[in-house]
Design a protein around this ligand. Structure first.
Ligand code: F0G
Length: 399
């Protein structure tokens, strides 16, 4: 198992535990090349399911349960875990009607220990950080990565430091990071500025845990393994729709489908649809214009603060998955997000604003009524309570 440049034409390889965050030859992001061996795909599927009945900490984790496709050099006691994963796949009813679909399900990653999908990547990233002897870990964040890093750093017994855009992350997420004992650095400007200042500082004593860390992507990718398992007999839906911010999560999902298909776990893939908020939509703009490169949005604006990102680092990786699965990109307005979020609540499911881009996107797309769709809900309803209260005050004033 090793690291490789994510650009196939370059393909430079590095040792798995090299701490480089980009390719020394071309500067692009790195990825982990897993080594799942030569198991019969059906045997692997059975093994993963059987692990759900085990009390081994690595089997209890919905990430490490799929360790044949992960860096797996750590041993049972070295894994930093909070029993992440094993999140539900919930059928939408009113939401399906709202989107004009018969079969709509939500893979709710907000059921993770700190309330977002970030925990799936953080268990993998923090386990590697600890393995490497890191004493302090850091990330820039719109809030959820910060909360997750803080919790897993506490578990690992290392210092967690989070860089946040001042005044732009939800109070609930800040509160989580404080509760788990992280050091907080507030940066004037956007998430992109916070990430730049962390990268520019280039502190060799800080292990870096944003999603450009390839180990994070490995953990996040398992959400798609679990989703197919839950659909029954690894039935592949027509579409998987996911919010796009820094584009790590859609990259992880694309990588999952590429690997599953190449290994023979599935014989076709769903089409990945990435949805951005219209005020923070650089990938959508690029997709629409057919431009060969991404142009950053200088001043990203959306009430879905989790995805208020103008210069997504993982856009090339994300596009690889979109192209492989014949997927596409769209955007939705803050009003469409608010309306969709309200509907998700009416199904008794709930989510944070960024997650509702998925249902908003589905309504806008008006797909064939028979299409089978899984929408990824990335964060818990309690992640941004100010947003909800403000929305409802507004409605109360209007009525
Ligand atoms: N949904 C939620 C709830 C998020 O917190 C994020 C990203 C995304 C979607 C987008 O995922 O960046 O992988 O495309 N939140 C990061 C953070 C940026 O710092 O918590 P992405």
């Amino acid at each position: 198992m090793h690291l490789r440049c994510s650009i196939p034409a370059c393909g430079t390889t590095l040792d798995l535990h090299d701490r480089a965050l980009s390719c020394p030859k071309c500067g692009e992001l790195l990825e982990v090349v897993p080594n799942p061996g030569t198991h019969d795909p059906q045997d692997l599927k059975r093994l993963w399911l059987t692990r759900r009945t085990s009390y081994n900490p690595r089997d209890i984790s919905g990430v490490w349960r799929f360790r044949e496709f992960l860096p797996d050099c750590y041993g049972p006691d070295a894994v930093v875990t909070l029993a992440e994963g094993n999140t539900p796949l919930l059928r939408g009813q009113k939401t399906a009607a709202f989107a004009g679909l018969k079969d709509l399900r939500f893979k709710h990653l907000g059921f993770n220990p700190t309330g977002s999908f970030k925990d799936l990547g953080m268990t993998a990233g923090m386990t590697e950080a600890k393995f490497m002897g890191a004493k302090a870990v850091a990330c820039a964040s719109t809030g959820n990565t910060a909360a997750s890093l803080a919790a897993y750093a506490a578990r690992a017994g290392v210092i967690g430091r989070v860089y946040l855009p001042a005044g732009q992350a939800s109070a609930n997420k800040l509160a989580q990071a404080l509760d788990y004992g992280a050091e907080m650095v507030q940066i004037e400007g956007s998430f992109d500025d916070a990430l730049n200042s962390l990268l520019d500082a280039n502190d060799p004593d800080l292990y870096f845990l944003n999603s450009i860390n390839p180990f994070r992507i490995e953990g996040q990718k398992t959400a798609m393994f679990e989703m197919l398992e839950q659909l029954g007999d690894w039935r592949v839906p027509d579409y998987v729709i996911v919010p796009g911010g820094n584009l790590g999560n859609s990259s992880a999902f694309g990588k999952a489908f590429i690997e599953m298909k190449n290994y023979g776990l599935i014989d076709k893939t769903p089409r990945i649809i990435v949805v951005q908020a219209s005020g923070a939509n650089p990938l959508y703009q690029m997709w629409q214009s057919g431009a060969p490169d991404l142009t950053a949005v200088a001043k990203p604006e959306t009430l879905a603060t989790a995805i208020r990102i103008g210069n997504p680092r993982s856009w090339k990786k994300s596009l690889q998955g979109i192209h492989f699965t014949n997927g596409f990109v769209l955007d939705v307005t803050d009003e469409e997000i608010a309306q969709a979020k309200d509907q998700i609540g009416r199904d008794g499911i709930g989510c944070e604003p960024a997650s509702a881009t998925t249902l908003a996107g589905l309504r806008k797309l008006n797909l064939d009524n028979d299409a089978t769709v899984v929408a990824i809900l990335t964060g818990h309803v309690l992640k941004d309570t100010d947003y909800i209260i403000k929305m409802h005050n507004k409605q109360a004033n209007v009525h």
